[in-house]
Design a protein around this ligand. Structure first.
Ligand SMILES: NC(=O)c1ccc[n+]([C@@H]2O[C@H](COP(=O)([O-])OP(=O)(O)OC[C@H]3O[C@@H](n4cnc5c(N)ncnc54)[C@H](OP(=O)(O)O)[C@@H]3O)[C@@H](O)[C@H]2O)c1
Length: 345
């Protein structure tokens, strides 16, 4: 029987997770929520996703009809239909929402805007899928932590230990966000280390990692500049690291110079060519010519499409929590094949 999935919050992440869940033959999307009848309701209705309200207030539910949308009820009505809820709220309502999910006896998955402490469990498909098998709730780590895990976990597994320093060059705002800056400055995050690197240790505590972050005036991707110290006698070369990542799910390795993809602008143009909705790129992009292993020290750059790398991870997290697939690679293959078929690519 298909796993019944509710999505609480149909914004940037929620609408993408909704499509990814709708694509899976072992899952059924039972509904999505909005706070009020704003843009996004029309998309849900067009896709045939039942629309619910984030609250149970009768006035809030009634407001949807005034806005011309059919609302099927409040969050409690939606939870009653679901086996599991994916919380895609803005990352500030976690305490209230987790109490609601626990009260309804439903499994739950939060996003990286919430702290690890909220759930006491975090998730990254390649790093700790098996630790999440059958648990009541988890948090899919942020876009940056997901990106770091994708390339560092296989490296750690090949070498046995790893010490990492990285600088996160962060986009200032989501493409759909008109409220954030900077627009003419480079803004260091005055929290050292930044939370990004250490967050990797919530899914792979064996990797020693610290990070710095700077926000720059772009909206399309983050770039990570990474230095990883491999243990003595690691036996790796630049070529073997590249081969390893080429064989890693959800990592794309391409020569920037040969392909004329030398910046995030061209990476995003390539992503739009691929044909996933919204021009998304679920994979982490590694510039082949930006990778160099000098002695025991590995240098590389990677680019992260912030709104979309976590999307297939949410689907894998559903399978882990529901205990229907124990092998992370099998879940990843199933998730990705279904998404590709859904978009006809
Ligand atoms: N955006 C990214 O690039 C990105 C990447 C990775 C992880 N994340 C994380 O994903 C989460 C969602 O971020 P987002 O960018 O998708 O936010 P968003 O675009 O602002 O969407 C948030 C959605 O949650 C709804 N909402 C508001 N209050 C709610 C509540 N109390 N309960 C449930 N839903 C509520 C909003 O409803 P209305 O539409 O009616 O306002 C909206 O649909 C955050 O934890 C964020 O840190 C974001």
């Amino acid at each position: 029987m298909a796993i019944k999935v509710a999505i609480n919050g149909y914004g940037t992440i929620g609408k993408r997770v909704a499509d990814a869940v709708d694509a899976q033959d072992d899952m059924e999307l039972v509904g999505v929520t909005k706070t009020s009848p704003s843009f996004g309701c029309e998309l849900a209705q067009r896709k045939g996703f039942p629309l619910f309200c984030t609250s149970d207030s009768a006035a809030s539910i009634a407001a949807f009809a005034t806005g011309g949308f059919e609302c099927h009820g409040g969050i409690s009505d939606l939870l009653a239909l679901a086996d599991i809820v994916i919380d895609c709220s803005p990352g500030i309502t976690g305490d209230e929402n987790i109490a609601r999910y626990r009260g309804a006896g439903k499994k739950f998955i939060f996003q990286g805007g919430e702290k690890h402490a909220l759930t006491g469990q975090s998730f990254s498909s390649s790093a700790n899928y098996s630790e999440n098998l059958g648990v009541a709730g988890t948090r899919v780590v942020s876009c940056n932590t997901t990106g770091l895990s994708r390339t560092l976990v296989p490296l750690y597994e090949a070498c046995g230990s790893l010490k990492v320093e990285c600088t996160m060059i962060r986009r200032a705002a989501d493409p759909g966000d008109s409220t954030k800056g900077p627009i003419n400055a480079i803004k260091p995050v005055l929290e050292v280390p930044s939370h990004h690197g250490p967050d990797v240790m919530t899914v792979k505590p064996e990797i020693e990692i610290n990070s710095l972050a700077v926000a720059v005036p772009t909206t399309i991707m983050h770039v990570h500049s990474i230095i990883a110290d491999l243990p003595e006698g690691h036996g790796m070369s630049t070529d073997s690291v590249l081969e390893m990542w080429k064989a890693t799910p959800r990592v794309i390795v391409m020569s920037g110079v040969e392909n004329r993809i030398t910046s995030t602008a061209e990476v995003m143009e390539m992503a739009r060519d691929i044909g996933r909705k919204w021009g998304d790129l679920h994979e982490i992009f590694v510039w082949e010519d930006g990778v160099s292993l000098l002695g025991d020290r590995l240098y590389y750059f990677q680019a992260i499409h912030q709104e979309s790398d976590v999307i297939p991870e949410n689907v894998d997290a559903i399978r882990a929590l529901m205990g229907v697939e124990s092998d992370w690679r099998a879940s990843v293959a199933k998730t990705d094949a279904a998404i590709k078929a859904y978009y006809g690519i």
